[in-house]
Design a protein around this ligand. Sequence first.
Ligand SMILES: C[S@@+](CC[C@H](N)C(=O)[O-])C[C@H]1O[C@@H](n2cnc3c(N)ncnc32)[C@H](O)[C@@H]1O
Length: 378
Amino acid sequence: MSTTETDHHQNDVVMAPSGDQQAREESTMEFAMKMFDIVKAGFVCMAMSVGSRAGLFEAMGRLEGPATCQEIADAAGMRVRYVREWVGAMATSGVIDVVDMEKETFFLPRHRIPVLLSHFRRSVTPFCQLADCFAQATGEVVKCFAKDGPTGVPYSAYSTLQDVMYLVRRSHHEDTLVDHFIPTITGLKEKLESGIHVIDLGCGRAAPSLILASRFPNSTFYGIDLDAKAMAAATKEAAAEDLTNTYFEAHDAAKLPADWSSKFDYVTAFDAIHDVAFPEDALQQVRRILKPGGLFSLVEIKGNSKISDNIGNPFGPVMYSTSLLHCVPVSMHFKGRGLGTIWGKQSVCTMLQEAGLRILGVMDVPEVPEECHYLCQK
Ligand SMILES: C[S@@+](CC[C@H](N)C(=O)[O-])C[C@H]1O[C@@H](n2cnc3c(N)ncnc32)[C@H](O)[C@@H]1O
């Protein structure tokens, strides 16, 4: 392409289709720069995941002052050649600061620590690890687009999923579940204190059940998930925490044991129903296993069912990408519904009503702006 042609394309103005209320002008170069910001963020996200998994943010957090790459590597007990390249990615993207240009020293300012060390509630690095986990399966996802390709991707393609989800959830629930979420349901705290039967469906490594079981020893907490390894990890964690009121078993939420009818006072499902291949069957099971008058907390990603109604939703890009890379393929692998993370309020309410569950309220989840709580009763 000649220089003249390149310049011409760079200055092209793409007009919005007529009738677009927000008619705007954008040159090809402006659009390319916007896209490059997305590419840059994707690369830095992967470098952050690597640093987080290797323990480099922790090592930098322990340093009391600015340090050279060699000093950072020594403090972390790692190879300087790799540390230097990671420091380069972090410093040029503004994650860490350069302090002395001559000596090349670097520092992680203290106020950034809660955003970068994975055990803090506001940390973003567990999400970097989640993107990294989904990236393992992109080749499999690409195959699913072909009409004669596989329908979906098995869970085995996402080897770190349960551990990363646990990392994302544990610190979140630790700070908010008992003090902020439970009080939004009138009378629930008192019932948990006196002793009720609770079950969490699609619980993964069971962060909520473990937290609630230690705070409410008179109640019993069941957790089920398709993933037997996650159930074994949850059982091990419960033993390590000396909990005697938890039961974790591998089951399909759409086919729960026959003798569980009317067994539970309170059923929860955190970000799980949209992954279940046959969600209508799972909601029928919720109705069956609840005692009459029992409560069901369905927590799902906040959003509308139509894509066009999610424009401007700040979580839309991450949530639809999560759907594409993981949630839809794992459900479609079983030739299921493939609801995706943003199946949206309208579809959620319809499916709950069709399952015979009465919706008592649709609420925000305290401290978790991307989620929505559908409180239901049998
Ligand atoms: C996005 S993860 C959420 C895990 C956990 N509730 C949390 O909030 O961290 C969805 C979970 O649903 C589980 N799952 C998917 N289909 C299921 C099914 N049919 N029955 C039980 N669990 C299922 C997955 O194994 C996974 O642990």
